[in-house]
Design a protein around this ligand. Structure first.
Ligand SMILES: [Zn+2]
Ligand SMILES: [Zn+2]
Ligand SMILES: [Zn+2]
Length: 323
């Protein structure tokens, strides 16, 4: 037996069953058949989901080399690692190492899902649950979906038979629980589409909290029917929307930002590419005016958007300026 194998066995502890155990707890809390999860269930579901993500992602780093789990490898040694006396890498750094050091393929969407979860966890630790149950549910489903794919691709194939048996039942529960959460989301969305959202398609956009196409922009209540919650501050909504779904401009694009000043209300609430429930492709929508601003031109002098009244090529400000 090679020396390396002995060493590996000595430091063996089961991070994968440990991570799966956290996931099982998340499912028990969120996919409860009794109905709505309590606030306490939501809280522990988020905390344990984050713990699961951390344990499982780091388990893959560990497989590569134990030192990858540690924030600063130059400040440690194997002895300290075995005793747990080390500072571990941050979430963002863990994901970066998985991609850039180990060479795994993690999509931009998945990365964002994971980092959003870490943010929700931090908010929760400071302020408690600030989000509606349905928003927690849909985001948790995205993370669960990612972690199950991650387990299937990168972790389960390396499990030894003992561990495999330990986790089999839990895995089964987790997979069926996720399907239950997802079908709850789908059937609820279907009902909304056929009832309260009907007729509002052109102003219905994706909610930054629950990510569902269920937020009716009216410039006043801006109510998401899925969460359900109101976004009464259009500035807050526009920037949350832009953070969640705004495009990242390529170098050379005219607009560095997908969130600009609306020429009608002079507020930075005009998002240039908004997907609506019509499915007709993105439109420029002002979250303050609650209007699709699709007849705007770009001023050749100052570069701002304006609404031409005739065929003029510059905005009224520039026009006045030139006197
Ligand atoms: Zn929502
Ligand atoms: Zn406006
Ligand atoms: Zn101008």
């Amino acid at each position: 037996m090679a020396e390396g194998e002995v060493r590996k066995r000595q430091i063996h502890y089961p991070p994968i069953p440990n991570g799966i155990d956290y996931l099982r707890d998340v499912i028990d809390r969120l996919a409860c058949e009794s109905g709505e999860p309590s606030e306490r269930d939501l809280k522990y579901a988020v905390l344990h989901l984050q713990a699961a993500a951390e344990v499982l992602l780091k388990a893959r780093l560990r497989e590569e080399h134990w030192s990858l789990v540690i924030s600063k490898a130059e400040k440690t040694n194997l002895k300290k690692f075995e005793k747990g006396e080390f500072e571990s890498a941050t979430n963002a750094e863990t994901v970066r190492r998985l991609v850039e050091v180990v060479g795994l393929d993690i999509s931009a969407d998945d990365k964002k899902t994971l980092l959003d979860l870490a943010t929700t966890r931090n908010q929760l630790q400071h302020w408690g649950i600030t989000e509606e149950a349905n928003a927690v549910l849909t985001r948790a489903a995205d993370v669960l979906d990612f972690l199950i794919r991650f387990l299937d691709q990168h972790l389960l194939p390396h499990l030894d038979t003992d561990d495999e048996e330990t986790v089999a039942d839990d895995l089964e529960e987790i997979r069926t629980g996720l399907v239950r959460i997802e079908s709850y989301v789908t059937s609820r969305m279907q009902r909304l589409k056929e009832s309260d959202l009907k007729g509002h398609e052109a102003r219905t956009v994706r909610c930054p909290d629950c990510q569902q196409l269920a937020l009716i922009v009216d410039g006043v209540a801006n109510n998401c029917l899925f969460c359900p919650r109101d976004w009464t501050d259009p500035l807050e909504l526009a920037s949350a929307y832009d953070n969640a779904f705004g495009y990242s401009p390529a170098p050379g694009d005219v607009y560095e930002d997908s969130l600009v000043d609306c020429p009608d209300c002079d507020t930075p609430t005009l998002v240039l590419e908004v997907e609506t429930a019509t499915g007709d492709g993105p439109v420029p929508l002002c979250f303050n005016c609650a209007e699709v601003q699709d007849d705007l031109e770009e001023c050749v002098r100052c570069g701002r958007l304006y609404r031409p009244t005739d065929e003029e090529a510059i905005c009224s400000d520039c026009f006045a300026d030139l006197g």
